[in-house]
Ligand binder design. Structure first.
Ligand SMILES: O=C(CO)[C@H](O)[C@H](O)COP(=O)(O)O
Length: 186
């Protein structure tokens, strides 16, 4: 079974004062999803956006809001993000060793699509139970930079994880952060 590639530009490098028009610009130029980096200043040493910004953006777009939760307590974000209009909810395996089953169940029951992300130093095997569960995640986000900041150097060795995942799960959605090879618009 084949998979369909999707483009999900990270909105982290947007002009946040003009997020609605930045989002519309990305979708106009062919983005499939909008990748929204949610950071809590605790799991990662940076603070970005949360549910209020997702709620504001949702009023301006019907696009798929692919939320990447770089937070210590993702469970706390499920209800606020669902109410705000998030589409995908991707939590980190490193923060969720004890409660990933509950997380997946709650994300799905709130109408969002669950995904799991892993940091560069985390072995790929750690996501297998979440992919193989009776109630599984629907996407794996392979980090090719340390979470926390945009504009970092791409770690090509992380593509080995992608190859392993693709071989093991031919139809799984795999999200990979790649460098900005292309500049869209002016
Ligand atoms: O998850 C992230 C950082 O933790 C970002 O989505 C990603 O790094 C964006 O990178 P860039 O701005 O270099 O395209």
């Amino acid at each position: 079974m084949g998979v369909t590639p999707k483009i999900a530009p990270s909105m982290l490098s947007s002009d946040f004062a003009n997020l609605a028009s930045e989002a519309q610009r990305m979708l106009h130029f062919g983005a499939d999803w909008l990748h929204m980096d949610i950071m809590d200043g605790h799991f990662v040493p940076n603070l970005t956006i949360g549910a209020p910004v997702i709620e504001s953006l949702r009023k301006h777009t019907k696009g798929y809001l692919d939320c990447h939760l770089m937070v210590t307590n993702p469970l706390d974000y499920v209800e606020p993000l669902a109410k705000a209009g998030a589409s995908g909810f991707t939590f980190h395996v490193e923060t969720s060793k004890d409660n990933w089953e509950e997380l997946i169940q709650r994300i799905k029951s709130h109408g969002m699509t669950p995904g799991v992300a892993l940091k560069p130093g985390t072995p790929i095997e750690e996501v297998y139970p979440l992919v193989e569960a009776g109630n599984p995640v629907e996407m794996v986000l392979v980090m090719t930079v340390e979470p926390g900041f945009g504009g970092q150097k791409f770690m090509p060795e992380m593509m080995d994880k992608v190859r392993i995942l693709r071989k093991k799960y031919p139809s799984l959605d795999i999200e990979v952060l790649i460098k900005k090879f292309i500049q869209i618009g002016s």
